[in-house]
Design a protein around this ligand. Structure first.
Ligand code: AKG
Length: 149
């Protein structure tokens, strides 16, 4: 659990909005990364696969081992939602190319648990504790964080 208190209040509206997306039925956010890219700083994220302790996950392809990696470039307009699941989540790498950043780009990367922390998984108990805490939002300006459900 560490010092996990839940999420900054500004993310509440986004998380509530996600509950209306049928593709996200049953989804529970347990991690939020707020990322900012600036063209003048050369911001990018190298191709990677996020935490993938999924029983069904294949060994990920190593990008540098492929001479011509198959690449799909997806436009992500402002305020768009991209959901990665199945092969896109566990077998394909994803990244943000430096050449695709113009000006400023902001991303809220939200993640759910891998199966080990879900009901029936080896870390189910810890998963349940974190999931309960993940119902809370706090106001970052408050010292120590004022937590509300
Ligand atoms: O900025 C993005 O859209 C992707 C962020 C990302 O790759 C990650 O957080 O793992």
């Amino acid at each position: 659990m560490g010092s996990f208190k839940g999420f900054p209040e500004f993310g509440r509206r986004v998380q509530e909005r996600l509950t209306r997306e049928p593709v996200l039925a049953g989804y529970q956010t347990i991690e939020q990364c707020s990322l900012e890219y600036r063209a003048n700083e050369g911001s990018c994220i190298s191709p990677h696969i996020d935490d993938c302790l999924a029983p069904s996950a294949q060994e990920p392809l190593l990008w540098h081992q492929l001479s011509r990696p198959p690449t799909v470039r997806l436009p992500m307009p402002a305020r768009s939602l991209l959901v990665m699941q199945a092969e896109a989540r566990y077998e394909w790498l994803h990244g943000i190319l430096r050449s695709d950043i113009s000006g400023r780009r902001v991303c809220l990367a939200l993640r759910e648990f891998t199966p080990a922390f879900m009901p029936g998984g080896e870390e189910e108990q810890l998963g349940a504790e974190v999931t309960a805490q993940a119902q809370c939002f706090f106001t970052p300006q408050t010292a120590g964080g004022e937590v509300s459900a």
